[in-house]
Design a protein around this ligand. Sequence first.
Ligand code: GLP
Length: 261
Amino acid sequence: MEIIILPTPDEVGRVAASLIASVVRAKPDAVLGLATGSSPLGIYRSLAERVRAGELDLTGVSGFALDEYVGIPLEHPESYASVIARDVTGPLGLDPARVHVPDGRAADLEAATQRYDDDIAAAGGVDIQILGIGANGHIGFNEPTSSFASRTRIKTLAPETRRANARFFDDPDDVPTHCLTQGLGTILDARRVVLVAQGPDKARAVAAAVEGPLSALCPGSALQLHRHATIVVDEAAAAELTLADYYRYTYAHKPAWQRFE
Ligand code: GLP
């Protein structure tokens, strides 16, 4: 695991975007794993700026979203299909036909989740998965006690996750109770993973994911099993890391040939 601690949330977005850009430059038809939530917005902003400046071409990439609410109308502004279209597909100039979101409206949800995993496999697997982390340690919508081997499936949202996401809805009761999410096993199949976190509310979850025991109580700790995970956090989100000085030292001494910016 590589842990990069940066002074500001803006730097987090910029450096994580540089990593993603390096993956796409090496493989113009890369498959991106797309996260929603506020954490990756800085990444998308930075990628969009590079596209606008003509430094990066994302027209060849495909994308697979991590998750979707069950039962939410497609056109609802907070459906993840809408959020991905608004924050990612449009600004980054992706081909909408190659951007996929789990179908939370399917009559047969189990078949829809199986199809989603099949579609990821048919696209050749995810080259780089973007992740945020919930204050309770969830990644995607894999709530505590999710199996490390889980695949895309239906989950019940934890009450605290519904409360956290109530800010996006007019009425807290409007937050759906269920979701479809890529499983921890699905996420671990990605060739690379980049997790971003900003702010003090994420400090405990980041420390548990990076340094805590491998535990179903912190789904983010599953990333300790990944061969190529990069964790990019600001100082506030790094506040509870025991080995923060070591991570700063390691990043400062990163060999030029290993740097992606
Ligand atoms: C959400 C998403 C996750 C996200 C997490 C943190 O509800 N399903 O993908 O990483 O919770 O959200 P935020 O980035 O808004 O803090």
